[in-house]
Design a protein around this ligand. Structure first.
Ligand code: SF4
Ligand code: SF4
Length: 204
């Protein structure tokens, strides 16, 4: 079974000293690296390369789960790292979330011109979603139409990654000092939302 430790996930870690000095971001980048390492190891066990590629983005047009720290990372990345032209385009997208609220089936707001503008800090859900065989068709949710073509990275690797971010949550949420695996999972289920449900208009 594929396995990744934090120390050997470091080569996949997003390197950006300015970004990781922001609150919680160093923890989150460690978590992302752990997930990426596990996904890479899981893909290596497959017989064929993923169908995923540049411009392939149907997976971004469905509800995208994200935790509060991941949502903060997306905001910070957009503010700190995007060139002005992309930031302006993103703010125009955010503005569309004003008034008539977007639905969770709209495209992820960070999908600009068929490309993820926050790719380095995309949420864990995006990192783990990999499809084989053929690119997803418009409106296709491959987990429903052909689950055998969808990568199934290890759940415990994702849980380990989420646990790395617990110190950030401990400063903001009431959590017991000792928290069991089940309590940790329940906590993250409780704080997870979908990107399309975030009130982005206030950042436009
Ligand atoms: S998950 Fe589907 S839509 Fe997304 S990049 Fe892969 S093949 Fe394309
Ligand atoms: S964050 Fe990026 S990869 Fe994830 S759904 Fe949005 S555009 Fe797609």
């Amino acid at each position: 079974m594929a396995a990744c430790q934090v120390k050997n996930a470091q080569r996949l870690r997003y390197q950006n000293h300015r970004f990781e000095r922001m609150p919680g971001m160093s923890l989150l980048l460690d978590a992302f690296a752990l997930v990426d390492c596990d996904v890479e190891a899981s893909i290596a066990l497959q017989k064929e390369p993923p169908a995923c590629g540049p411009g392939c983005c149907q997976c971004c047009i469905q509800p995208i789960p994200a935790t509060p720290l991941e949502i903060l990372a997306l905001r910070l990345f957009a503010e700190l790292e995007l060139p002005p032209s992309r930031r302006d385009a993103l703010k125009a997208t955010f503005a569309r979330f004003r008034g008539e609220r977007a639905t969770v089936w709209d495209a992820c707001p960070f999908l600009l011109e068929k490309s993820c503008c926050v790719y380095s800090v995309r949420p864990i859900a995006c990192r783990r979603y990999v499809v084989f065989g053929q690119p997803c068709k418009m409106g296709e949710d491959a987990t429903q139409t052909r689950p055998a073509d969808v990568l199934h990275p290890r759940q415990d690797a994702m849980q380990a990654a989420l646990r790395l971010t617990l110190p950030w949550y401990r400063e903001r949420y009431t959590l017991p000092e000792h928290i069991t695996e089940e309590e940790t999972q329940a906590f993250f289920r409780g704080v997870t939302t979908v990107l399309q449900a975030v009130p982005w208009a206030k950042y436009a």
